[in-house]
Write a protein that binds this ligand. Structure first.
Ligand code: FES
Length: 92
């Protein structure tokens, strides 16, 4: 998921920067360029800093879940059309 559209900065990159020691929005701006254009992403990016809503205690993971394989949505039973990715969020 992109955090900063202007600079194509992903959630994964922000997590990595925080894991590497970024503790302020200025750190993220210096390391990744996040919030250095329109600034719309600044508030979201700050949520990934230590103590933020999406800091290291909040992990997201994508999984694929099979849905009702006996009733195909499109394409036939067992096809990729019968599954879709969902995002799981776990917060401590
Ligand atoms: S969305 Fe990040 S600076 Fe514009």
């Amino acid at each position: 998921m992109y955090i900063c559209i202007c600079n194509a900065v992903t959630e994964r990159q922000v997590h990595a920067a925080v894991d590497a020691g970024a503790t302020t929005l200025s750190d993220l701006q210096f390391e990744l360029g996040v919030a250095s254009c329109c600034g719309c992403c600044a508030e979201t990016a700050q949520e990934y800093l230590p103590g933020g809503r999406c800091s290291s205690v909040c992990q997201t993971q994508s999984v694929t879940v099979e849905v009702n394989t006996s009733a195909p949505v499109v394409g036939g039973a067992g096809s990729a059309a019968n599954s879709f990715p969902i995002r799981l969020v776990a917060a401590a």
